[in-house]
Design a protein around this ligand. Sequence first.
Ligand code: GLU
Length: 498
Amino acid sequence: MDNVRVRFAPSPTGFLHVGNVRTALFNFLFAKNRGGKFILRIEDTDLERSEKEYEDALVRDMKWLGLNWDEGYLVGGDFGPYRQTERLKIYKKYALKLVEGGKAYYCFCKKEELEAERERQKARGEIPRYSGKCRNIPIDEAKKKVEKGEEAVIRLKVPKNYKIVFEDIVFGHQEIDSSQVDDRVLLRPDGTPTYNFACVIDDFEMKITHVLRGEQHLSNTPLQALIYEMLGINPPIFAHLSTINGPDGKKLSKRHGATSLVEFREKGYLPEAMVNYLSLLGWSPPDEEEIMDVEEIISKFSLERVSKSPAIFDVQKLNWVNREHLKKADLDRLVQLVIPYFKKEGVFLDVNDDIKKFLKLILDGFLTHVDYLSQITKECNMIFDFNPENIVEDEEVKKILSREAARDVINCFYNKIKNIDYLDFENYKNAVLSCMKELGIKGKNLFHPIRVGITALSSGPEIEKIVDIVEFGSRCDLLKKVIPVKDRVKSVLDVLNG
Ligand code: GLU
């Protein structure tokens, strides 16, 4: 144990998306791998865009993924409060300390004045920056103005001709000339801090050892490194995580499909599959095994294997990872997870033991046909939507029926089952066997027509499983109507015989 303390510090201004979930996950994995602490801090200083709804969603999404935090928002800890709007006094204390030490200054420039200046700079093709007008107001004079109630921000007094240096585990050694950093605002007149300032103060006060966050913050880090220096305190270790792009190499966005975690949950991806897939976005395990549960990922995780090349979000691969986890998932759990999708489609409204058993049969038959669970209702539609007319419309079915003896097979099969009340597996097998003997037909010439007889389709899950589902389903009281096997075969024969 080496006292690793990392944090995930989202701004509650929107739903968690793939990018920030990956950041949360890597912090979690790193903390767990090192026996450290994972902290959740809410960065809500953007008062206009922060919403309680997003905070609640954040908590729900993190819990769903199992990214439980050891300390922070809602959980508490020794370094709270963990919500930035409750820490304003702390930021003020540090800002004043910088002012007193000549490392920051009050700026009285009016908004309009600054905007006009910015426009002029832009028109000249320059990068807009603060002119430094208030930089040299003597501190006593400035303090008097503030005491009199004049509105002021506090800006960092960035030293001239100074080399800012910091190390990043992923992106390496970084050196930036201080001329690249503006005299940025640290504290606004209403006492709220700007992101960079609050972040430094909190990371320091919360004893954060490693800052793992998205690459988009790499450009903020020189300013943060400078603030640490000007406060005379040591910065944490930085590790920026590469951008996530879509398969076309462009930054991942709505254009590429679902990007927020809630969308993936609603589609029926398993949380362990999301964790597994997201862990591979910019990190790779030392061995070849890519399908892992969270404990395995934790044990293999290290920042040394985090790559700085952009990660590609590939839905096909996510689907494969999800299918692998679906195969391993507990059946009772999957039953619970698919219930809402069936209810939504009106397949049943209430659940009893028969419905649960029916769903188990459905999952046994159709689970390997889906990428994620919400697809299951459409996939098993053939159980409810039986259309015997399909045999004169579907080209593949017509091909099967054009084969010699196909009709005889269906006829024979019907004769074997028509007096059987419940076609269980044994009965079904016996019926098929006696058709085989009687007609001297086997293999696909036997099974394809039987499939057509039962489903009016040319393909689908194993026919024994379909028989099981249909027979059981036709006797479930709470279920939408399912036509039993013998009635299906009879209808197919009726169409066949015109
Ligand atoms: N609130 C910032 C964000 O959501 C946090 C950045 C950081 O981790 O320093 O992007």
